[in-house]
Design a binder for this molecule. Structure first.
Ligand SMILES: [Zn+2]
Length: 403
């Protein structure tokens, strides 16, 4: 009997997984586009449709890259290139991450052109669009090279427990990024942020800030590119680097009482430890990924049947990086579910510390200016949306003030 005969057709199973995952997501996107066509009109429908299509195209390109790398011989080719070179593991992982990061940069510039410029009124200079799109590439590639080398060293030192150390290192990286990195939307100079300067608003918010134990320095105002209509708020960083960022458009649009309600929602994220819990969830998912990789590495035949190459730690790590779109498909619904739960918790906090009706009117204004539909296709939303729809949030907030 020939070697491998009767064994699982691993390559065919992987190809089928990619195909089923992709078809399922295209089907979900089509559902959402149909929903927008039925329930919305004008800018909301057009913007929402383009948004879904950009995501679907980006996802298809990610899957095509993953198929080329794994089944199409990309990793075997990279292994040949990096063989006998120093830092082969770091080089291979960085090469795979570089290819994914370039696709992501294309998606980001597409988003800026097709959404921010066409629908949201932004007029950023071309240099800023490109800088914004390319900004994440060098740090991603550098971190991938360091992580690849570190993981390969761990595999060499402790082949049975390396994945625990890798998960620990991943967590340290996640915490350091959350601690130090400002809001990622600031990358590439599309958005600048400054201190809250409006003396009237500062005076109005002072009691609220004092009540929540925030100093005025922890509130930042994000200045978007010229013409930008979109408005939003978020909480980022941790500890000393924690900040609530409000866009200048949000401050201009909302009444001071509404700004206060939005601020209470963001403080709710902080008080309910959402930055830390989000990190813990992501660390948990990553640990599961490392454990699965360690398990797979005990079966080298799996690898050769997919890639047609004898595996080394470097090629295993590169394959894991290449398969990340598939794992993202599997984990997105879980992560989105966690995030929606956090939004409800932050709304509950805001409803206890500000007038829920003011938060509702703020959400209405924000959805109108952002051209966001008040609801979405239920299956699509369950799978992708990290924020509950306004209809769901309003329903929950309405229960609070009717009590
Ligand atoms: Zn929120």
């Amino acid at each position: 009997m020939a070697a491998g005969e009767g064994a699982l057709p691993v390559a065919a199973i992987l190809a089928a997984l990619f195909a089923v995952g992709l078809l399922f997501q295209v089907w979900l996107s089509a559902r959402q586009i149909r929903y927008l066509g039925r329930q919305t009109e004008g800018r909301v429908r057009a913007r929402g449709t383009v948004h879904v299509m950009i995501a679907a195209v980006a996802m298809s390109l990610d899957v095509a890259l993953a198929i080329w790398l794994t089944l199409g011989g990309g990793i075997a080719w990279l292994a040949g290139f990096w063989r006998d070179r120093p830092a082969a593991a770091g080089g291979m992982v960085a090469s795979v991450v570089f290819a994914g990061a370039v696709l992501d940069a294309a998606r980001r510039s597409g988003r800026t052109y097709l959404l921010d410029v066409r629908f949201d009124g932004a007029r950023p200079p071309l240099g800023k669009i490109l800088a914004h799109a390319m900004a994440p590439v060098p740090p991603k590639v550098a971190l991938a090279a360091i992580a690849g080398e570190a993981f390969a060293a761990m595999i060499a030192i402790t082949p049975s427990r390396w994945w625990l150390w890798a998960a620990l290192l991943w967590m340290v990286g996640l915490v350091a990024t959350a601690w130090l990195a400002p809001d990622p939307s600031h990358q590439g100079g599309m958005t600048a942020s400054q201190r809250l300067a409006d003396p009237l608003l500062v005076a109005r918010l002072a009691p609220t800030l004092a009540r929540f134990g925030l100093s005025g320095d922890e509130i930042r105002v994000a200045i978007g590119p010229p013409g930008m209509q979109r408005a939003n708020a978020n909480l980022s960083g941790a500890g000393r680097f924690r900040r609530v960022t409000l866009s200048d458009t949000l401050i201009a649009l909302l009444t001071p009482a509404e700004v206060e309600a939005v601020l209470a929602h963001e403080v709710g994220h902080w008080r309910c430890h959402h930055v830390g819990r989000d990190l813990a969830y992501r660390a948990l998912l990553a640990s599961g990924g490392f454990a699965a990789l360690a398990l797979a590495m005990r079966h080298p035949a799996l690898f050769s049947r997919i890639v047609g190459e004898r595996p080394s730690p470097a090629t295993w790590l590169a394959m894991a990086a290449a398969l990340s779109p598939l794992t993202a498909m599997l984990t997105t619904p879980l992560w989105a579910h966690w995030r929606r739960g956090m939004e409800y918790e932050a709304d509950d906090f805001a409803a206890r510390h500000a007038d829920p009706r003011t938060l509702i009117s703020a959400l209405e204004t924000l959805d109108a200016v952002n051209a966001t539909a008040s609801a979405a296709d239920p299956l699509y939303a369950r799978f992708y949306n990290a924020h509950p729809s306004r209809a769901d949030r309003v329903q929950r907030l309405a229960r609070v003030f009717s009590r």
